[in-house]
Design a protein around this ligand. Sequence first.
Ligand SMILES: [Zn+2]
Length: 185
Amino acid sequence: MARAGGARASGYEGLGAMQCPFCGKDQDKVVDSRSSEGGRAVRRRRQCLACGRRFTTYERPEDTLRLTVIKKDGSRAPYERQKIIAGLQKACYKRPVTDDQIRHIVEAAEESMFRAFDRDVPSSFIGDAVSIRLRQIDKIAYVRFASVYRDFADVGELIDEAEQVRDVPVPGPDQRDLFEDGKGQ
Ligand SMILES: [Zn+2]
């Protein structure tokens, strides 16, 4: 209903504390707020009062995304972008991956979810859609993320995957920039 009115009109202005992705406490202060995605979301930079680390939340009107995640055991849960972002932020801790890159990963993954499914998305698809994109940006973060979100049968399989990532060249962020911006040079 508040669609045309822009970010200000909708009812998600609350600065309610969010759970820290690092220590799990839900006491934080907002250090920066700005609208994002053309006013469809509010991006907040938060600092955890318990552990002092910073993280970013994107708050969107509830009806922006209506996807249902089908988990492996068949149970269903509403898709929550924030959970994916929290998982990525954790995997990217102290890695050279920016919040913008994380947001782009999630947006691209969501696009592929919408393309492939009407409404019900298998959790394995989400894990793959996100991790494939993360892998192109940072291999360490990818292995961390994949170890949580992809079901490896055992540690050996995870190590195999890590070794494969090391051996297979994928374009890093620098090279990607060249491809995208450096055409004229
Ligand atoms: Zn914390």
